[in-house]
Every structure is written in C-alpha cells, then in structure tokens.
Design a protein around this ligand. Structure first.
Ligand SMILES: C[S@@+](CC[C@H](N)C(=O)[O-])C[C@H]1O[C@@H](n2cnc3c(N)ncnc32)[C@H](O)[C@@H]1O
Length: 204
C-alpha cells in the first residue's frame, strides 16, 4: 500500500508528501513536529485508544490540531456482536461509547474537544452493507435487533487542539523543578541549577 502511494505521488510530481509505515500506537514521528493529525475510521480498531491519542498529542506542535472521523457507540453492543470478528473488521465491535471516546481525547491533554458532525447510518444502508449483511446472517440478528444496532452506532467528526502549554507536563516539570531546587540547596551542583532553570523556563 505504501509502495503504491509513493509511486502515485511520484507520478503526480508532489514533492511535499511523505509516507511512513507505522502503528497509530507508536507513530514514527518526532515530538512536537506536526501541525495537524487527521484520521478516518481507524482508531476504533485500536485496542489501546488512550495510547493512540497520547501519541497524536506527543507528535503535534503546540497549537497543533486533531481532526478525526470515527465510529462510536451511543449504547453498549450485545455480547454476541462485541465478540464478532466480522463486526470488528466492520469497525463496529472495536468502537467504544461516545463519552468514553471524548474523555480519552481530553485525558490525553487535548483542549477545545468538539464534535463537528455526527451521523447515524440509515438502517437500509446498514443492512445492505456486505460486512453487516454477513454479521446479521451469521449471528441470526432479527429485524428488531438490526434496528437497535443501527441506532447504537454513529459516525462522528471530532476536533481538538494541543494547548500552547502542556499543562500536565508543566505541572510535573514544576514538581521536578522544585525537587531540583531542593537538590541544589543541599548539594550545590551546577548541573542541577541548569536543569532547574531549564525546567522553570519550560513550565512558565
Ligand atoms: C477502515 S480502514 C481506514 C480507512 C481509510 N483511513 C480511508 O479513509 O479510506 C482501517 C485501516 O486501518 C489500519 N489499521 C488498523 N489498526 C491499525 C493500527 N493499530 N495502526 C495503524 N493502522 C491500523 C488497517 O490496516 C486499515 O488499513
């Protein structure tokens, strides 16, 4: 896939596009390097969504933007669907509740987290989807249950911003800087003074 993307880009002559193969839980990108992180329908597949948002936060520059589209749930899915491989591949059973999803983004440090759009899948659309068709057939889901499923799954577009100051880091740096200052008083070490000054500068 990456080879094809690279060759398409070369054919089109784009010089400012780069593809890197990696996992969303371990982005092959340096800290504070990126202006915007976008993603479409992938994070629901990750078993460690917290780590995904922490990674997005890490690679973004201060004031960098997160803009994602994903599948979330309005209510918990029945156990049979939660355990279905087909439903996982179909981006349904890996999805979490909307509130939990938003909380995970905020817990990673993002501010101004907003839902920019939300869309339910019409039942007719869902039952005609080949993957959903398979799930309905395999799990012998009744028409009523299919309607319940269609009412539980939504596609959301969410935006967030990495604040200019990473408050969580600032707090922990402030704590370490007080510690460093204490060390300085007791040990009079230059390296600790440098460290403490650096830490204070970063945290203010
Ligand atoms: C539903 S598709 C995404 C659709 C695509 N983003 C688009 O806009 O057409 C899911 C993709 O996510 C990839 N994927 C799943 N888990 C991943 C992970 N942990 N890290 C990176 N990619 C992952 C899959 O290989 C698959 O290509």
């Amino acid at each position: 896939m990456i080879d094809r993307a690279r060759s398409n880009t070369a054919q089109l002559g784009h010089k400012n596009v780069e593809f890197r193969l990696g996992e969303i839980e371990n982005l092959p990108v340096a800290d504070n390097a990126i202006d915007a992180v976008i993603s479409n329908c992938v994070i629901n597949l990750s078993p460690n969504k917290r780590r995904v948002f922490e990674e997005a936060f890490r690679v973004l520059k201060p004031k960098g933007r997160l803009m994602i589209s994903d599948i979330v749930l309005l209510k918990k899915l029945p156990v049979a669907i939660r355990q279905s491989a087909e439903a996982y591949i179909g981006c349904i059973s890996g999805a979490v509740l909307k509130d939990e999803y938003l909380r995970t983004i905020r817990d990673a440090g993002f501010k101004e987290v907003k839902i920019m759009g939300e869309m339910k899948f019409p039942l007719e659309h869902m039952v005609n989807d080949p993957t959903v068709k398979k799930i309905i057939k395999k799990l012998k889901i009744s028409a009523g249950k299919a309607r319940e499923l269609a009412d539980s799954v939504v596609s959301v577009k969410i935006s967030g911003v990495k604040p200019r100051i990473d408050r969580r880091k600032a707090l922990s740096l402030r704590a370490s800087s007080s510690l460093a200052k204490c060390n300085f008083r007791s040990r009079s070490s230059n390296s600790v003074v440098d460290g403490a000054q650096g830490l204070i500068m970063t945290s203010t």
